[in-house]
Design a protein around this ligand. Structure first.
Ligand SMILES: [Zn+2]
Length: 384
């Protein structure tokens, strides 16, 4: 006798209901992120965030980042070192695979400066493939490791001209739409030594080429903006970039990197506070269909060793021999960094996770699977 539950017809009905419900849930409006904005605090580890809050607000945990609802602690080790550089760190976040220090979005069999590895498809390339608009924005050199890992592939992060040239040779869609950052003189000098006629190549690909965001024509949907330095005001530039990318009904992916290295302590802390304000403004601007994800690519050797309220964290020029409240060694460190998120898909940002997991957080937020094969993200999500 066949029990009710095992009756083939009932099982079939269950299966049909599951399929209909499953796909309806998967495509229901609001279920997935329409846009993803990835904020990278370069070298913005937990000690730096803590110090930035104390510096700006004279109290702990006052940053907007520190109010985000979903948090994880992220391992940043690279394939060949416990302590990553920005190249391997960012490659892991945007491709889901760890690679060697110095390598830009290639697999770990790449040898820096010598041998290519497999070119790994980045979240930005997936977005292009799906017809979204894409952008990278940084107050560092736009061919530097972090932005480069989104749109280029190289066995050596120092190959600035080659990295820049890849903007005009996209593998998916029409390639990254907005490239905004510093390093104008360096990039122009490096490019002059190659055969690439940059301005012509960019014009052919439909880019406005400008020295500042203000100089980009109002109707431009694609632009390469090279500032001379990273000392531009963040929010107006981020705001305009979002407005341009938002013209695409399919949505967009934007990566915003802000330098938080505290080699110069006050400058680093100011920039951490600045990026925090940008994330706050972005959260106020965007609808609930946008995943906002903040993470550092690696931590930095900054330690809070004392101090109290109403007293400066910075060294006192009048007392140069006094023990500093904050001790900074100029180097990356290998402890976990904070990832913090809000919006669709943010619930997967929890626990101790490797940096590669953030790629899958973004992919599943969009409702995509890597290469059509990986099903683990959905399974992981339901387990949680
Ligand atoms: Zn870095």
């Amino acid at each position: 006798m066949i029990s009710e539950a095992h009756n083939p017809r009932n099982m079939m009905r269950t299966a049909i209901v599951f399929v209909i419900f499953g796909s309806a849930a998967a495509f229901a409006a609001g279920q997935h992120a329409r846009n993803v904005i990835l904020f990278i605090g370069d070298a913005g580890g937990i000690p730096t965030l803590n110090a930035a809050s104390l510096y700006a607000y004279d109290a702990p945990q006052k940053l907007f980042i520190q109010s985000l609802p979903n948090l994880a602690l992220v391992d940043t080790s690279s394939a060949n070192s416990w302590v990553t550089d920005s190249a391997a760190g960012m490659s892991a976040i945007v491709t889901g695979q760890k690679t060697n220090n110095g390598v830009i979005s290639q697999s770990a069999d790449a040898v820096r400066g010598e041998k290519d590895g497999e070119w790994l498809k980045t979240i930005l390339e997936y977005a292009e493939d799906h017809g979204l608009s894409t952008g990278v924005l940084s107050n560092m050199n736009i061919t530097d490791a972090t932005p480069a890992a989104c749109y280029a592939h190289s066995n050596d992060r120092k190959s600035s001209a080659e990295i820049f040239a890849q903007i005009t040779r996209p593998r998916f869609g029409d390639g990254v739409d907005l490239v905004i950052g510093a390093g104008r003189d360096e990039i122009l000098t490096a490019t002059l030594k190659t055969s690439l006629e940059m301005e012509k190549a960019l014009a052919e690909k439909g880019y406005a080429f400008a020295p500042s965001m203000e100089a980009v024509p109002a109707n431009a949907n694609r632009a390469v903006v090279l500032y001379e330095s990273g000392e531009f005001e963040a929010w107006p530039v981020v705001n305009r970039a979002i407005d341009i990318l938002s013209r695409n009904d399919n949505g967009f992916f934007l990566m915003v990197e802000w330098d938080m290295h505290t080699t110069q302590l006050e400058r680093g802390l100011k920039r951490a506070v600045e990026m925090d304000s940008v994330i706050r403004e972005t959260a106020a601007k965007m609808n609930s269909d946008t995943l906002l994800l903040f993470v550092a690519d690696h931590s930095f050797d900054l330690r809070l060793r004392g101090g109290r309220q109403h007293h400066s964290l910075l060294p006192d020029p009048a007392a140069p021999s006094a023990k500093p409240v904050i001790r900074v060694e100029n180097g990356h460190t290998g402890e976990e960094v904070l990832a913090a998120a809000m919006g669709p898909g943010a619930e997967r940002v929890r626990g101790f996770i490797p940096n590669t997991e953030l790629f899958h957080v973004m992919m599943s937020a969009f409702g995509w699977t890597a290469g059509g094969a990986r099903t683990a993200p959905a399974a992981t999500a339901s387990m949680r």
